[in-house]
Design a protein around this ligand. Sequence first.
Ligand code: IVH
Length: 649
Amino acid sequence: VLDEPEITDAEYDRLFRNLQGLEKQYPELVTPDSPTQRVGGQPLEKFGQIRHVIPMLSLSNIFDEKELLEFDERTKRGLGIHSEVPYVVEPKLDGVAVELIYERGLLVAGATRGDGITGEDVTSGVRTLKSIPLKLESKGPFAETSVIEVRGEIFMSRADFDKLNEIREEAGLSTFANPRNASAGSIRQLDPRITAQRRLRFTAHGIGRAEGAAPRTHFEILQGLYAVGLPANLEHTRLCNDMEAVLDHFRHLREIRERLPYEIDGAVVKVNSLADQTAMGVTARSPRWAVAFKFQPLQANTRILRIEVGVGRTGTLTPVAIMEPVNVGGVRVSRATLHNQDEIDRKDVRQGDTVVIQRAGDVIPEVVEVLKDLRPPDSAPYSIPDNCPVCDSQAVRLPGQAAKRCVNSTCPARLKETVRHFASRNAMDIEGLGVKLIDQLVDLGLVKNPADLYYLAKDTIKNLQRMADKSASNIVKALEKSKHVSVDRLLYSLGIPLVGEHIARVLMTAFPDIDTLSVQGADVLRSIHGIGPEVAQSVVSFFREPHNGDMIQRLLRTGVTPVPLERPEEEPETPLSGKTVVFTGTISMARAEARRLVEDAGGNVSGSVSRKTDYVVAGQDPGSKLDKARELGIHVLTEEEFRDLIGKS
Ligand code: IVH
């Protein structure tokens, strides 16, 4: 939840497997809040329905500062006050609203908003989200609630969204249009195992019922939700005492929007006082005490001059709209991806069409919709050609796949893309080896795979177009320099499908070198945290192909000596590392001194005994903590034993 893990991933996995083993042996001890229960076993029959005790409302939208001031005036009029109204301003996450029901701190149900009155039962799906605690902590204003309905947003980071679509595209499945759709499609899965693979996240933004708690403000609610262990995005939420502060935070969110790892489409402005909220009331659809202040969309209209087809590293033909240049949110745009034939058909995009295009973050702009009224009368539907636009080989679309691919594995377009990727900045970083040069090298048959680059003589390079003595020797120098990149970059530069920079780093942290990686089976790869079945299979297939192995050996023979990654060092063991100690009764030193001793030995001190306690140190006249420790079977130490343990006797 806090992105501050207390233990390493490897340690987590080890404990998890340990727990799985124990639960297999003693199934009667499996509790509903066990981490193993996050992934449901069997697909469910169908969604049940859950009625929201308090309806889940929507928000009315506003789009400019004038409307915001009007909202503020309505609020003041409604409350009959002239002074400033405190508001809470939060990011408006672009995801799916859900309600999570906790009874006595345990997650018992999760539902989508549905029609606001009745939602779909997605309990087994929400149980798979790591950011949703199965059990709440008993801290803060919601510590003692008998029932609490937590409301919030399920969403997906841009990176996870891109990864999901990449995998789907590789598998020939349809892709999701945006992270919001992907989140909705992923939580509304009958098989929770699919939901579990989708890396959904959750952020709480309110509550329904909360029996046994009486918060007074919305901000207190958010803090209370955070205290019981729910993510609440407090980092980007601000309590604003006047309209100036509201506007200021709105502008701030708009400013950081593109840098956030997830999509937000505006800010939500809420009256902070719950008494004021009640006084203002709700309409059938939305509360009067809150509005969604939406950002201007990053969209613009332009005309498609023609559709071109590019050939990627794996031979995928990608249609690209070449458009009259247009400014979208400050960036000049002249190309937009059309993805594949299905997308073209779905939107009926044709050459000459006037279209709405959209840009989001750094991603390639997309065509959102065609303005059919403006379509020229002589236009015709567009089909991706049946032949590769570069080598003229057949381009086929395999059953169940979205993409057409050039079948020629030696297609120069594929080779050029492979070499371009190999030389690119985040890969081998071969400065000066640009597109024009790569084109010539491939077209002249001088480079048939990336390793060939290192066998080029300076004179050969010098005699190419736009080359001279100086530029040729710079290329030779850049090639020499690239021989000593880190090994994860070398792996990334090979262009193995699905192996991006991050995955490359994960793999090269797990194995000392590429030779060792190349002989691993899919099962071994999958056992590495962060490596899924698709990636594992892709890596195995790549190294199974003899040409690839030969190419790597040729690379290594020319003196490419990648620098290994530093393996994570084992933390030095201290006597109490990771342990929690509770003191009870009178001991010979002050509590602060005792705490210091524990912390120096790597442990931490807690005030109360729970299952998480490792040791209870009992002095004279111990209190009820000792009874509790005995009841829970926790190791009890005398002060002397404690000193022995930490080596301070
Ligand atoms: S409060 C009655 N806060 O936006 C108040 N909603 O357009 C209801 N949303 O259905 C919601 N971020 O799914 C609230 N910080 C936020 C939000 C948020 C996203 C969604 C929510 C709601 C929709 C309304």
